[in-house]
Every structure is written in structure tokens, then in C-alpha cells.
Ligand binder design. Structure first.
Ligand code: ATP
Ligand code: MG
Length: 416
């Protein structure tokens, strides 16, 4: 892709109404547009990152046996009344609205109710289970605090998977498998050394839920990490004396051995038991012919939150720094003498050869001073930068710079 054709522009100044580092840098680099507090639109570069993250998550969900769907955003009030979650005193972040007929609807905050109802049409007997269903879908939440940029949107893309099992044992086995898949995801996006499985409050059907918390100064949570076990406990558990005692015993650590850190909840997994299947009537007939409620679990990851966390953790004073797996382009080729036909044809050949070997390339062919091009390249944060100038032609040596480390090396075309 040619940068001269990219409609988005970079900007030097920070947007005035933005307090978070992630949104500030992403807006300056032309990845996102801020529509209003907590509401962002994704531009070509930003969308490429979102798609890369989705691909990694989709691969891991498919490997778990997940089947992808896409549920509606508009919600059927009747379903939510059955579980008691329509009530504004129970759930306080709905965006509700009305049909022309005056009856109420709302934009989905999550999808347990509609997915449970939908599965009633497809699950009859024990032979139809287990089932694992997931989607990438927009959630709408009237968040009070929307000061964390894309990490806390009022409208945001979530990957949510729901598991449907015949028994608690079958559920538990999948729940453990899902932890591994989640750790794989956070490893693949470059956050493995900072992301911890974290014991969190669980609700009614299990003692704990598990959050995936990435250590980060911009985080809104406080966790206590056991470096020895590679596990953490959310402060909310330690604040309750009895819960704290139980969790410490279960993990096998002392309170004193834990290290406090600020962290972002990039994902979480929940055992739901029959909390939704019972009120909504999702049952199956077991081998003895008896009707039983399906045992459920839910597994979420906020896609923009994950993208924002990567920005917060990796960025430096010059701008964004993308890990290889989620970068919008693999290589940023910067042409310095863009008016020299020989340099241009050399660059064209090089780009074709990079693309043939599987790299996506952004080519800065704009008529700008080198300093401006380098500053933009630092801001955009593509991992590998290649500079092509008359010098390159003379020496036959290509200058390659690593965005993360700043290391410069000279290579022949064959070594790229
Ligand atoms: P939080 O405690 O941060 O408010 P939550 O516990 O309500 O989040 P869930 O409902 O479990 O979150 O949603 C699953 C995942 O979706 C979270 O782990 C997080 O990664 C992401 N998420 C939740 N709220 C937002 C938001 N407002 N913007 C972006 N991502 C979000
Ligand atoms: Mg939470």
C-alpha cells in the first residue's frame, strides 16, 4: 500500500480532549477516530490491527471446537425479564430504546440470554452436546468512566464464547482447556510475560471466576501476583477476609509473598452453571431419558481493550510499537529520493519481492522531508523499517531498522 494514497493523516499535536495514552497515540497516528467519549471509529490502519487480533483469537477458538456465529445487537426484552437482568436496578448500563409500537428494546450489553434462547432450537438430547459457540460482536454499555480510551468503550467489539455441557465435569474440563487457549492468545499478541491468570469473584455457581490481567500502569484493577506460581489474585478477593484465606490456601502462597500491581482485565472466563439455562428453559434429555438443564460457561475478550493494552505496554516516547503478530504492516519501506526514477524502480522491485515472500508492506512514497517521514514511521510503529535512497543503490546495502530496539543493520536483498 502506498502512503500517498492513504486518506488518513498523522498529526504531531495530541488531541485536546483525550486523556489516555492509547487513544492519543492511535488518533495521532491515524488508526482511530474519536466520535465522542468512549466511542471510537476504526480507520484503515486500526482496522488491520483489529483483524489481526481477531484472526489469532479465531484460530484459538476454532482449535477449542468453537463454532462462529453472529447474534443480533437489538435485544428481546422478554428474555432478559426471565433472568431478571432487564431491571435497571440490576443492570445499570443499558442503552434502552423503543420500537414504533412503543414496546421496549435495547442494545446488547452481552449475549447470554439470546444465545441460551437460540440454543433451545438446536439442543434436544445428550447427543447434541457439548457445543461451543462464539462470535465477534459489538456490545453497548453506558459506562460511567470512559477515560481509558479504547480500553473502556461505550461501544466495543467483544469475542464472546459460550459453552454448553452435559455435566459440571464436562464443563470443568473445557474450562481448563479454555485457560490454555487464552494464555496462547496473550502469548501470540506479545503480552505473555505481563499477563496473569487472576482469581476473581465468581458469583453464584463457582467460587471464582478467572480474569486475564495484563500488568500496565493504565490499568483500572489492582492485582497481587505470585511470581513463584505465575498466578495472581484480584484485590477484590483479598479485601474479603474469608475469601482471601481460601484463595491463598488454594494457590498455596502466603499474603506476604504477593506483589501488588496495576493491571488491565483483557479477558475473563466464568462458570455459569444453570443460571441461564434454567430460567430460559434450555434442557436436554440424558441417556436415561430425563430432562436436565444445560451447564454453561462464558468466555470474553475485549478486542479494543486488548489492542489498547498492547499500545500502552509497548509504546515509547516516539509513538506506537507493534508486535509482529498484530502489526498493520510487516515492513515500512521509506523512499528518500522519490523523484529519482532509478530509486523508485529499485524500491518497486524490492517491495514486490518482499510481498512475494509473504510480507505486507506500507511504502512511504510521499514528497516530504526525510525527518518528517522518519517521525511518522516512528509514530505508526511498524516493526521493520527499510530505507531506500541513492545511497542504497550505490552501496547495494539496504538499511533496516528495528522499531522496538532501534537497532540498525545493513543487509543484501537476499538477507531480508
Ligand atoms: P470491567 O470489569 O473492566 O468493567 P467486565 O468484567 O464488565 O469488565 P465482561 O462483561 O466480563 O467485562 O466482558 C468481557 C471482556 O470484555 C472483559 O474481560 C474486557 O476485556 C472486555 N470489556 C469489558 N468492558 C469493556 C469496555 N467497556 N470496553 C472495552 N472492552 C471491555
Ligand atoms: Mg471485570
Amino acid at each position: 500500500m502506498l502512503q500517498s494514497k492513504l486518506f488518513t493523516k498523522t498529526r504531531r499535536e495530541a488531541p485536546q480532549d483525550e486523556v489516555s495514552k492509547n487513544a492519543e497515540l492511535l488518533i495521532r497516528a491515524g488508526f482511530i477516530h474519536k466520535d465522542m467519549a468512549g466511542v471510537y471509529s476504526y480507520l484503515p490502519l486500526g482496522l488491520r490491527v483489529i483483524e489481526k487480533i481477531k484472526t489469532i483469537i479465531r484460530e484459538e477458538m476454532n482449535a477449542l471446537g468453537g463454532e462462529e456465529v453472529s447474534l443480533a445487537a437489538l435485544q428481546n426484552k422478554d428474555l432478559w425479564e426471565k433472568t431478571g437482568r432487564w431491571d435497571d436496578t440490576v443492570v445499570d448500563n443499558w442503552f434502552k430504546t423503543k420500537f414504533k409500537s412503543d414496546s421496549e428494546t435495547a442494545l446488547a450489553i452481552t449475549h447470554e440470554e439470546p444465545i441460551t434462547n437460540l440454543m433451545r432450537d438446536h439442543v434436544r438430547s445428550f447427543r447434541d452436546l457439548p457445543a461451543y459457540v462464539y462470535q465477534f460482536q459489538t456490545k453497548f454499555r453506558n459506562e460511567v468512566r470512559a477515560k481509558s480510551g479504547i480500553m473502556r468503550g461505550r461501544e466495543f467489539l467483544m469475542k464472546d464464547l459460550y459453552s454448553f455441557s452435559r455435566s459440571v465435569e464436562e464443563h470443568d474440563a473445557f474450562y481448563e482447556k479454555s485457560k490454555k487457549a487464552y494464555l496462547n492468545i496473550f502469548k501470540r499478541v506479545g503480552l505473555s510475560d505481563k499477563t496473569f491468570i487472576t482469581f476473581a469473584t465468581g458469583g453464584i455457581f463457582s467460587k471464582y471466576s478467572h480474569e486475564f490481567q495484563t500488568v500496565c500502569d493504565a490499568g483500572e484493577d489492582i492485582i497481587y501476583i505470585s511470581k513463584e506460581k505465575g498466578i495472581a489474585i484480584n484485590k477484590e478477593i483479598l479485601d474479603d477476609e474469608n475469601a482471601a484465606k481460601d484463595a491463598l490456601t488454594e494457590i498455596g502462597v502466603t499474603r506476604e509473598s504477593l506483589v501488588e500491581a496495576k493491571a488491565v482485565e483483557v479477558g475473563n472466563i466464568f462458570a455459569l452453571g444453570t443460571k441461564f439455562s434454567e430460567p430460559l428453559g434450555l434442557t436436554f434429555t440424558d441417556e436415561a431419558g430425563d430432562a436436565k438443564p444445560v451447564v454453561m460457561g462464558c468466555y470474553g475478550i475485549g478486542i479494543p481493550r486488548l489492542m489498547g493494552t498492547i499500545v500502552e505496554v509497548m509504546a515509547d516516547e516516539k509513538g506506537l510499537v507493534w508486535p509482529k503478530e498484530v502489526t498493520p504492516f510487516d515492513v515500512h519501506v521509506i523512499i528518500l529520493s522519490q523523484k529519482d526514477p532509478q530509486v523508485c524502480s529499485y524500491a518497486e522491485d524490492l517491495v514486490s519481492s518482499l510481498e512475494r515472500s509473504g510480507n505486507s508492506v506500507l511504502v512511504d512514497d510521499r514528497d516530504l522531508r526525510p525527518g518528517e517521514k522518519f517521525a511518522d514511521s516512528d509514530l505508526i510503529g511498524i516493526p521493520k523499517r527499510i530505507i531506500i535512497s541513492e545511497k542504497t543503490l550505490q552501496s547495494g546495502q539496504i538499511e533496516v531498522k528495528d522499531r522496538a530496539t532501534g537497532e540498525v543493520s545493513f543487509m543484501n536483498e537476499g538477507q531480508l
